[in-house]
Write a protein that binds this ligand. Sequence first.
Ligand SMILES: Cc1cc2nc3c(=O)[nH]c(=O)nc-3n(C[C@H](O)[C@H](O)[C@H](O)COP(=O)(O)O)c2cc1C
Length: 350
Amino acid sequence: MSGLWPLARPFLFGLDPETAHRMAVRALATGVMPRAPAPDPKLRRRLLGLDFPSPLGLAAGFDKNGEVPDAALGLGFGFVEVGTVTPKPQKGNPAPRVFRLVEHAALINRLGFNNEGHDAVHARLAKRPRRGIVGVNVGANKDSPDRIADYALGVERFAGVADYITVNISSPNTPGLRNLHEANDLAALLRSVVAARDGAERRVPLLVKISPDLDDDALEAVVRIARDSGIEGLIVTNTTVARDAVAGHPHAGEAGGLSGRPLFAKSTAMLAKVRRLAGDDLVLVGVGGIDSTETAMTKILAGADLLQIYTGMVYRGPGLVREIVAGLPRLLARQKASVGRARAAGQASA
Ligand SMILES: Cc1cc2nc3c(=O)[nH]c(=O)nc-3n(C[C@H](O)[C@H](O)[C@H](O)COP(=O)(O)O)c2cc1C
């Protein structure tokens, strides 16, 4: 497919973004994509009790229903995050709800957790061979009377089939969801999901995915609560509701979360702050605007242990995965470092 990308891209970009996305998922499901070669052993990392063959993962939202995690691993990802999954199936917001901002290599989406729900996604994941790292990102139904209970249910439900679980409190598309970043609510949420994890069949690592739109005081509180809670890490960041980086674009006024290149600086600056606040206590996944080996390396130097991409792949195609996985060892060799040592050196010089 990477060789076909110059032909596939104009075809896909001629379709509305959700139709193009469905075709991409279908192409993966039919197995037409060639498998990527094994990554350079220098990229291996042991984190969260798991052996990551490379630090580059597929971010949540591409495979919301767990239809193609193994095919996505075959593209060269070191791990794949399925979801967001909510307890009950949910249709999400009315279409159109995904917009391309081509000049900015960006997307705005207000999908609103459209997904098939716990039962359907769990059944799919339970059937797959457990090869390759697959995390599950859990959320709350829009109409739930008790959102914290929805997250705890997600942890209980997926502990047996997920290599890690992400508690996603940072979608801008479920009204009020981001309020769960507030100190009291976050502490209550994390107590609840850690208790659910401790009572589950397996001790699954827990990550929390945060918003890039927090001010410094709020961020400091989030990191302190996360450190004290018993969770293992943070995913930094989800999409932004800010529009300064795309001001004037015809779609800039669309409601939803902005992802891709205009998110890079903001999410990377936040990642660096989180690393300073967290020291080595938390595993950090850097996500937001990675679209090249250089931007991937910049995230590592800002403090990321692991990386995720989504929008970059929409614009650059699946070949971007191979490009980064092949390119990182070369950049690391220049620094004479492994991913972990480059990450630590980035902090020492910050
Ligand atoms: C169309 C679309 C759907 C998304 N859905 C989810 C989701 O369901 N859950 C989630 O945690 N993040 C979701 N995200 C956010 C991504 O996982 C990621 O955090 C964000 O897009 C920034 O990374 P990127 O710039 O590489 O895309 C979605 C992003 C896009 C573009």
